[in-house]
Ligand binder design. Structure first.
Ligand SMILES: C[S@@+](CC[C@H](N)C(=O)[O-])C[C@H]1O[C@@H](n2cnc3c(N)ncnc32)[C@H](O)[C@@H]1O
Length: 281
């Protein structure tokens, strides 16, 4: 079979998935599984594909038809222009989370800040910050051991020697590390989806991404409340906690950061919605 024929069949198979560009996704899969470049796909679409590559491609297309997210099939997702290895043990990094990196870079004044990340998942935030701030010391935590293994692999892949990964429940992971009162910045993209919202997410997310990475509980604010309560213990005076929250949660999230927090700021995403809160001690 030729590349063009394979592509045509794949597009027909992927059309049932609402909200995607089947042609784009089929092309990405063909590139990855058969080693074609875009130029080869377009200019030499009558080129025959080996039986092995065609089988690999068809398997990938069927996985996608079963709503496995493209990033899990490719085992990779770009974040902050850095290719991150992903597996179903971790949330697929979202472009909107790059706002956290932007804000973190704007806030880290010292040349060698101490940064704590809570809920590192693939390690995308920690790795992006480690690359941007080679003088920083970063402690990244997660409750999921499987996620931490992916994060460690990403740190090794990108040669970031300044991240230490520790497992445990929120700030409990930091017990015994002597970090109390020492962090310049705590950064987190915590789970903030409600149990009810989870049921309405797309099949791609519900059936394949880790529920624990997304769902916080009945209100969606449970994890953020715990961050607001536990964060001050680890920050220096004047230090900040920076977190992502859901569209529509602004007032509720701000309300969680009363005393001892001194000041709060929100930052908006590209579509103008507040999505990141910085709270200062
Ligand atoms: C929304 S994901 C964020 C992952 C990654 N930082 C990102 O932005 O793509 C939340 C992460 O928090 C972790 N997590 C959930 N509950 C936790 C808890 N109680 N303590 C520590 N980590 C937790 C999940 O395993 C998941 O990796």
């Amino acid at each position: 079979m030729t590349a063009g024929e394979l592509l045509g069949r794949a597009v027909a198979r992927l059309r049932i998935i609402r909200g995607i560009d089947p042609f784009l996704e089929a092309r990405v899969l063909l590139r990855r599984t058969a080693g074609f470049t875009d130029l080869e796909i377009f200019a030499f679409s009558d080129r025959p594909v080996t039986a092995t590559a065609a089988r690999r491609f068809s398997r990938a297309v069927e996985e996608r038809r079963g709503r496995v997210p493209l990033a899990y099939i490719l085992r990779e997702k770009e974040f902050w222009s850095i290719p991150m290895t992903v597996s179903p043990a971790v949330l697929i990094p979202r472009p909107e989370t790059e706002l956290l990196v932007e804000r973190a870079l704007a806030l880290t004044g010292t040349a060698e800040p101490l940064i704590i990340e809570i809920g590192t998942g693939s390690g995308c935030l920690a790795v992006a910050l480690a690359k941007e701030l080679p003088g920083a010391r970063i402690i990244a935590t997660d409750i999921s051991r499987r996620a931490l293994r992916v994060a460690e692999a990403n740190a090794a892949r990108h040669g970031t020697g300044n991240i230490r990964f520790v497992g445990g429940d929120l700030f409990g992971a930091l017990r015994g590390l002597g970090l109390e009162g020492r962090a310049d910045l705590i950064v987190s993209n915590p789970p903030y989806v409600t149990d009810g919202e989870w049921k309405r997410l797309t099949r791609d997310v519900r059936e394949h991404e880790p529920r624990r990475a997304l769902v916080s509980g009945p209100t969606g604010l449970e994890m953020i409340r715990r961050l607001a309560v536990g964060g001050p213990r680890f920050l220096k005076p004047g230090g900040a906690l920076l977190l992502e929250f859901g569209a529509g949660q602004t007032a509720a999230v701000r309300g969680l950061f009363g005393s001892p927090w001194a000041r709060r700021e929100t930052a908006k995403d590209l579509s103008g919605r507040p999505r990141v809160l910085a709270a200062f001690l």
